[in-house]
Design a protein around this ligand. Structure first.
Ligand code: DOR
Ligand code: ZN
Length: 333
């Protein structure tokens, strides 16, 4: 097979920022074969209510976003039930919860889920999605996602109708639990977690452009992510967690977490899915399962991938893109 025609991709988890990185992050979306995104709210200042979400969407359009933008608000200790109704009235589709201090701009994140139950109730009532960065602050980094799984279970038990997404899932344990929890619970999987393990971050050399949160885990965890995608499980779909940080904020003694993978997203996934013998699953993963879980119409615009080498540049604006300097087997025409 030398050509692939697929519906344009959905990216159900992306960081587009709100500063000088934004024009590059916006340009990268269509360059990587994506036509609809869920924009994360951990900008500075944060997107924390419906009006701010709508303003953010407009600012992204002013910066050239020629794709569909679905919005989120950030769930903090200050979020009220009224914020949730107001978000729903403004077309927000998901409420994103961060663990305190674990990742970029998460100092206003949460430490305990129980106090948030009234907010979860409101999210369930409004039929919005609860989007979880599932790690527990203060737990050893390799165990922080697994440590969150009890809370995930607890939320599901108490809010059986709440639709929940465990974002950027990295462990075999999380994959097993999401499968077990049933139809209201799904997971996104990033491009990079399908490909790298902790060895690619701190194995023999420090590779800051592979550092992200949650950190890439063990080979068995990566295998479990690939296996669930290969199995065609409909509650596991693509969210890149593409997170632009300037090169100087990555190549430094105290670097930021985040991998900028959006500019070559579909070129990379075609390459990876083919190498993994699961190219026939690509369309479901990038263009169907996410739309179905979010109850959106499926994308109809097509992209055209061709088997032509595509070398990822060393820089994309002030960022180093994922797989920079490497050649992928597929290009977008
Ligand atoms: O690596 C990450 N970067 N993980 C996140 O959860 C946030 C993101 C960012 O915004 O930089
Ligand atoms: Zn993210």
């Amino acid at each position: 097979m030398n050509e692939l025609r697929l519906p344009i991709a959905d990216d159900m988890h992306i960081h587009l920022r709100n500063d000088e990185r934004t024009e590059h992050a916006v340009r990268a979306v269509r360059a990587g074969g994506t036509g609809r995104v869920l924009a994360m709210p951990n900008t500075v200042p944060a997107v924390s209510n419906g009006a701010e979400a709508e303003n953010y969407r407009r600012r992204l359009q002013d910066q050239g976003a020629d794709f569909e933008i679905l919005t989120t608000i950030k769930l903090t200790g200050r979020t009220t039930v009224e914020d949730i109704s107001d978000a729903a009235a403004n077309g927000v589709v998901a409420v994103k919860q961060y663990p305190m201090g674990v990742t970029t701009n998460s100092d206003d994140g949460v430490t305990d889920v129980r106090p948030l139950f009234p907010i979860y109730e409101a999210i369930q009532d409004k039929d919005l999605i609860l989007s979880l960065h599932g790690e527990v602050p203060g737990v050893f980094v390799m165990d922080a996602e697994t440590a969150f799984l009890d809370s995930l279970h607890d939320i599901c038990r108490n809010f059986p109708k709440l639709r929940i997404i465990l974002e950027h899932t990295t462990t075999a344990a999380a994959v097993d639990l999401v499968k077990e929890l049933g139809d209201h619970v799904a997971a996104t999987i990033t491009d990079h977690h399908l490909a790298i393990t902790l060895d690619d971050v701190v194995g023999s050399k420090i590779q800051p452009h592979h550092f992200c949160m949650p950190v890439a885990k063990r080979p068995g965890d990566r295998d479990a992510l690939n296996a669930v995608v290969k199995s065609g499980h409909p509650r596991f779909f693509s969210g890149t967690d593409s997170a632009p940080h300037k090169v100087e904020d990555k190549e430094t003694a105290c670097g930021c977490a985040g991998i900028f993978n959006s500019p070559f997203h579909m070129q990379f996934l075609a390459h990876h899915f083919e190498e993994s013998g699961m190219l026939d699953r690509l369309e479901d993963f990038t263009s169907r399962f996410g739309a179905d879980f979010y109850r959106l119409r499926r994308n109809t615009e097509e992209i055209h991938l061709v088997r032509e080498p595509c070398t990822v540049p060393e820089r994309y604006g002030p960022m180093v893109p994922f797989r920079s300097g490497q050649t992928l087997n597929w290009s977008l025409r």
